[in-house]
Ligand binder design. Sequence first.
Ligand SMILES: Nc1ccn([C@@H]2O[C@H](COP(=O)(O)OP(=O)(O)OP(=O)(O)O)[C@@H](O)[C@H]2O)c(=O)n1
Ligand SMILES: C[C@](O)(CO)[C@H](O)COP(=O)(O)O
Length: 227
Amino acid sequence: MEYEVVIPAAGQGKRMGADRNKLLLEVEGKPIIIHTLEVFEKDVNCLGIILAIHASDREELVSLFNQFNICKVIHTVEGGRERQQSVHNALKKASCDIVLVHDGARPFIQPSTIQKLVQTANDSGAAIAAVPVKDTIKVVRKGTVDKTIERSSLWSIQTPQAFRLSMIIKAYDEAELDGVMGTDDASLVEKMGEKIQVVEADYDNIKLTTKEDLIFAEAIFKKRRRS
Ligand SMILES: Nc1ccn([C@@H]2O[C@H](COP(=O)(O)OP(=O)(O)OP(=O)(O)O)[C@@H](O)[C@H]2O)c(=O)n1
Ligand SMILES: C[C@](O)(CO)[C@H](O)COP(=O)(O)O
């Protein structure tokens, strides 16, 4: 089943503490964003990639697309102050019935998960990748435990998140009108009362957020080379 993917790549990488967009840092001999783009470049069902970028990264990115044969970027749009605005700008260019939103900072997404998400979104409207939480989660207020949350119903939410295009556009437009900000895409769809299906993904699909994640990323690449 065919789809387009929106990839927000216009963050500042503050938590990474690099002096540039963290997605341009190299892991396993390539910039992080190239690893992410290559997953979709290789997927025959991906009809096009819509990338939200900083104007200041454009020249370097275009040169990387040439160097690594990335041909599926059909639109680049200006990123916004927050991830939500970057995704919204990119969604305005989408035209396929099914659209995925995937963080540029998650290079380890598996093609099998993408396929399940696309199929599920086509059947039910919205589907997100997630893994069961492994830690005990407590609510802490002013340094003291308020309560412990029952773990069996907690999932850690990742991207990709897959949607019918009309549904996700409506959710983003309404969020903008209402001044609502969410930390993921599905939370805006939840606000409209829509059901979101959860597709179990894998623990490797980390978001490269802090410096330690670069070490985890090298380890995941090493593991994949061995298997
Ligand atoms: N205004 C923004 C903020 C984030 N992103 C993108 O959204 C994804 C997830 O964001 P995150 O990992 O939090 O990246 P940063 O915002 O760069 O990190 P930080 O919050 O540490 O600055 C990344 O691919 C990032 O480039 C974006 O396109 N536009
Ligand atoms: C969308 C996301 O990757 C789901 O886990 C995450 O919420 C992005 O959050 P961040 O605030 O940009 O780290």
